[in-house]
Design a binder for this molecule. Structure first.
Ligand SMILES: [Fe+2]
Length: 207
């Protein structure tokens, strides 16, 4: 069977394959996944989403299309049962001082690149301890794996794949809760648009 979402427990419990059951499990930490319908996307853009490599200009075209305005981001965060860390959502463009780059970011899984640097549980917080809110759009590819830490210290792994070229995922979580967004198993050409909002500057801290 070909499942496009699967939640694995760290113990003997059976994996979940139903989006509702998975969201119910994740709701305790304010994480939520929804199907992203790409049927309204232009055919030109769909062709770009199907490519394994992209020029800077092509990446910009994809970003321009998918970047969400603050009101949409706030709706998504609210729908996941969270209040944003910064009232009103905070800054739309933020910098991770640990690495010196800014969000929003476009991630494209490329051949021969080691993405294991993402594979450590971490939290994203500012100097004064304010968290960030993260919204990811997974618009092409297979096997993006999100790890989410629960209050009981267990880590759930949720595997996502795009069912076809017109179906993606939109995922939100609290960046102050330990997590991983892993591209290590992702198919070449996997594409994610990641928006991290809140304090202007924040640090990524491994736990
Ligand atoms: Fe992160």
């Amino acid at each position: 069977m070909n499942h496009n979402i699967r939640l694995d427990y760290p113990d003997e419990r059976e994996s979940l394959y139903s989006l509702d059951e998975i969201n119910n499990e994740l709701s305790i930490i304010g994480t939520k996944a929804c199907v992203l319908d790409l049927n309204d996307v232009s055919e030109e853009l769909i062709q770009l989403l199907n490519k394994q490599t992209l020029s800077k200009n092509e990446k910009d075209k994809i970003m321009d299309h998918f970047l969400l305005p603050i009101d949409k981001l706030l709706n998504i965060i609210d729908d996941a049962g969270r209040k944003p860390h910064v009232e009103g959502g905070g800054e739309l463009s933020t910098t991770v001082t640990t690495f010196g780059y800014s969000y929003p970011q476009f991630y494209l899984a490329e051949k021969g690149v080691d993405y294991s640097r993402f594979d450590n549980l971490h939290i994203n917080i500012s100097n004064d301890g304010t968290g960030v809110d993260e919204v990811l759009q997974f618009v092409s590819g297979k096997e993006f794996v999100m790890h989410q830490y629960l209050p009981d210290k267990k880590v759930l792994k949720v595997h996502f794949s795009c069912a076809d070229e017109y179906t993606g995922w939109i995922i939100t979580y609290n960046g102050k809760n330990p997590h991983i967004g892993s591209l290590t198993s992702a198919s070449i050409g996997t594409k994610l648009i990641v928006q991290v909002i809140g304090p202007k500057e924040w640090e990524m801290k491994y736990i």
